[in-house]
Design a protein around this ligand. Structure first.
Ligand SMILES: *[C@@H]1O[C@H](CO)[C@@H](O)[C@H](O)[C@H]1NC(C)=O
Ligand SMILES: *[C@@H]1O[C@H](CO)[C@@H](O)[C@H](O)[C@H]1NC(C)=O
Ligand SMILES: *[C@@H]1O[C@H](CO)[C@@H](O)[C@H](O)[C@H]1NC(C)=O
Ligand SMILES: *[C@@H]1O[C@H](CO)[C@@H](O)[C@H](O)[C@H]1NC(C)=O
Ligand SMILES: *[C@@H]1O[C@H](CO)[C@@H](O)[C@H](O)[C@H]1NC(C)=O
Ligand SMILES: *[C@@H]1O[C@H](CO)[C@@H](O)[C@H](O)[C@H]1NC(C)=O
Ligand SMILES: *[C@@H]1O[C@H](CO)[C@@H](O)[C@H](O)[C@H]1NC(C)=O
Ligand SMILES: *[C@@H]1O[C@H](CO)[C@@H](O)[C@H](O)[C@H]1NC(C)=O
Length: 428
């Protein structure tokens, strides 16, 4: 069933004809999910002291539990995820402490003993790989947690699995970005908001017409987004879409990547797991789901399909592979500090880091339309798992059922047919 090229990232070019043919059979309704509901709210917490800062609180209240997602662009973009076993837990912010050099205790979820799970993700840098051999990647600054944007040149790297996939350009440190006012993009009814940022120092004016956006989406019911990669979401999750648009690349075939830091549980880093499926109905020709899991389930998880898109119109033609590196422990001082992570978790933490690289030197790329987007789902509890879709069940019926039916029909014919002819009806 999987006769695709380049199965390495789970993205390949498959012959679409069987899918077109079988999609006729996929009109059955989806009844996959239970109906647990949560009251989900999205609010910006205004600061009462100091300069205004973006702090977005998603609170999802269930019968016996509350989930808190706290997103901020204070320092590098970061999110805290906290699960509590009461419907009454609240987020408490002490702004003067949060904005101080020692933010420990500036963010709390109360009551503290209701917390069942907590962790954080920090988007430290955008990695850039390019062909300019003169420039060395800069060693990054001292700090806490962060994400970076990287750019690479892939012109000469035919082996896309090579590490790194090209010559790195200096990364963009996301802690040194300035971000829009999250209040302006907040849609409390649609449960979404966008952090849009540019580097504070942009000597090459690469971001003159461009930006990096983190679009956050919460959900009040289970389902799928209309756009690929159409990750299955529940009320326990929220989705992040990272989009780089209009930024001038350094090379003709620059690749971009993202460095993500997270907290380990104890001394262990969360593990990265790959799930394979024969089902690609919701993300055509992507047969893999990557999952980062903190400890044994149910805990927290991050889930994504190893695919990014080089056009707003997301399709198989604009799909890029997304490669994830293993997750390594790292030293906190090598990462820029995230005040919200420090405020919630204090300074004694084990950080882990991994890289995502979007695209390859062949196929579509950022260079097509100066556009790149990638989505992930962040959640607590048991990660949503795709059940076999009606399409695949349809394939099975056709592949297995039809010959079976023919056999059965043939058998019936053999049994009934000759009998009918041999039956002698004596005329009385
Ligand atoms: C965003 O705008 C609101 C009012 O529109 C203002 O109260 C708040 O301080 C602003 N926040 C930031 C981070 O600029
Ligand atoms: C909530 O807790 C009560 C008592 O502990 C339990 O009976 C009930 O099944 C729980 N509800 C859910 C949705 O977990
Ligand atoms: C907030 O933190 C500051 C500095 O640590 C402290 O003086 C103040 O009492 C705290 N405010 C509240 C409401 O706890
Ligand atoms: C690519 O490889 C060719 C042949 O090995 C070499 O001549 C050229 O300089 C390389 N280009 C870059 C940008 O490294
Ligand atoms: C929020 O969702 C609505 C409806 O899907 C969409 O029109 C809007 O652009 C989204 N806003 C942001 C900030 O993502
Ligand atoms: C930004 O866009 C304007 C108008 O489209 C164009 O004139 C300008 O050259 C662009 N700047 C960069 C740095 O790409
Ligand atoms: C990019 O491509 C153009 C034309 O295809 C070429 O002239 C230029 O040298 C290339 N730039 C780099 C950095 O390879
Ligand atoms: C991420 O990529 C950067 C630049 O390519 C590299 O310095 C760093 O070691 C990588 N980290 C991991 C965990 O692979």
């Amino acid at each position: 069933m999987r006769s695709c090229e380049e199965p390495r990232w789970g993205w390949g070019r498959c012959d679409p004809s069987p899918i077109l043919f079988l999609s006729l059979l996929s009109a059955a309704p989806f009844g996959l999910l239970g109906e647990e509901t949560r009251q989900v709210s999205l609010v910006v917490i205004p600061s009462d002291v100091g300069p205004p800062e973006n702090l977005l609180h998603i609170r999802a209240v269930g019968t016996n539990s509350t989930l808190h997602y706290v997103w901020s662009s204070l320092g590098p973009p970061a999110v805290l995820l906290v699960a509590t076993n009461t419907p009454h837990s609240i987020l408490s912010v002490n702004w003067s402490r949060l904005l101080s050099p020692e933010p420990d205790g500036g963010l709390m979820v109360l009551p503290k003993d209701s917390i069942q799970f907590s962790s954080a993700l920090v988007f430290t840098r955008v990695r850039r790989l390019g062909e300019n051999r003169g420039e060395e990647e800069k060693v990054h600054q001292i700090g806490g947690t962060e994400a970076w944007l990287f750019e690479f040149d892939s012109t000469n790297s035919s082996d896309t699995a090579a590490k790194p996939p090209g010559k790195p350009y200096p990364p963009y440190a996301l802690a040194d970005f300035s971000w829009n006012n999250i209040t302006d993009s907040l849609d409390p009814a649609a449960l979404n908001a966008t952090f849009r940022g540019h580097p504070n120092h942009d000597p090459t004016r690469a971001f003159a017409n461009g930006s990096l956006a983190f679009r956050v989406q919460a959900f009040s019911r289970s389902g799928r987004q209309a756009q690929p990669p159409r990750l299955l979401h529940t009320v326990d999750t929220c989705q992040l879409e990272v989009a780089l648009t209009g930024v001038s690349p350094r090379g003709n075939r620059s690749l971009f990547g993202l460095e993500v830091a997270t907290l380990g549980q104890g001394s262990d880093c969360p593990s990265l797991r790959e799930q394979h499926s024969i089902d690609d109905e919701y993300a055509p020709a992507v047969f893999q789901l990557d999952q980062l899991v903190w400890g044994s389930l149910p805990s927290g998880f991050v889930q994504w399909r190893p695919v990014a898109f080089s056009q707003r119109q997301r399709s198989r033609e604009s799909a890029l592979p997304c490669q994830a590196s293993p997750v390594y422990p790292t030293l906190a001082y090598l990462l820029p500090q995230s005040p919200i992570v420090r405020a919630f978790f204090g300074s004694q933490n084990n950080f882990c880091v991994f890289n995502l690289t979007f695209g390859a030197s062949t196929g579509p790329g950022y260079w097509d339309q100066h556009y790149l987007s990638w989505s992930m789902l962040l959640g607590v509890g048991t990660p949503p798992v795709d059940a076999l879709s009606p399409l695949v069940i349809g394939i099975m019926v056709v592949a297995l059922g039809a010959p079976g039916l023919m056999l059965l029909a043939g058998g019936l014919f053999l049994l009934l047919g000759p009998k009918k002819y041999s039956e002698y009806q004596p005329i009385n």
